[in-house]
Design a protein. Structure first.
Length: 142
């Protein structure tokens, strides 16, 4: 009879440890998704800097579009295009035409929002060249 109690205690402990591990893996997955978003945004910012540097060097005009992905050569693989609202898909990039924002919709539903800046008198000069940059706005929860 004592072995059954020991077995029950071991099963309960393993169950508790498994739950703790699954929670930690869930948090890690969210952090990895955020890191992926930041990496994509960095690549887009580099593309914007290339466009501005080309214009500064060779002249010409900047694109008229407010969609930063129209400015750069490479788009994220999970970019669904320009839409007028929030798409049903998750873990996707899209450009919201109404808000004029580039948005990433996470697996948990919240959205990271970015806006193309063309303001030369910007207070936050980080990642802004000749007034052009991609600024992160406050995330939105669903």
């Amino acid at each position: 009879m004592r072995r059954y109690y020991e077995f029950a205690v071991v099963v309960i402990l393993i169950g508790i440890l498994a739950m703790v591990l699954l929670k930690a893996l869930g948090r890690t997955g969210s952090e990895l998704e955020e890191a992926g978003v930041q990496a994509e945004v960095s690549a887009i910012r580099v593309g914007l800097i290339e466009v501005v540097a080309h214009r500064e060097t060779f002249g010409g005009s900047l694109p008229k579009s407010d969609n930063p992905l129209d400015w750069v050569a490479n788009r994220p693989a999970n970019y669904v295009g320009e839409v007028d609202g929030v798409p049903d898909s998750k873990s996707v990039w899209y450009f919201d035409r109404r808000e004029r924002e580039l948005v990433y919709r996470f697996r948990d539903g919240h959205r990271a929002r970015f806006k193309l800046s063309r303001d030369e008198n910007l207070d936050r000069p980080r990642a802004v060249v000749a007034g052009v940059g991609l600024l992160r706005l406050e995330d939105r929860q669903e």
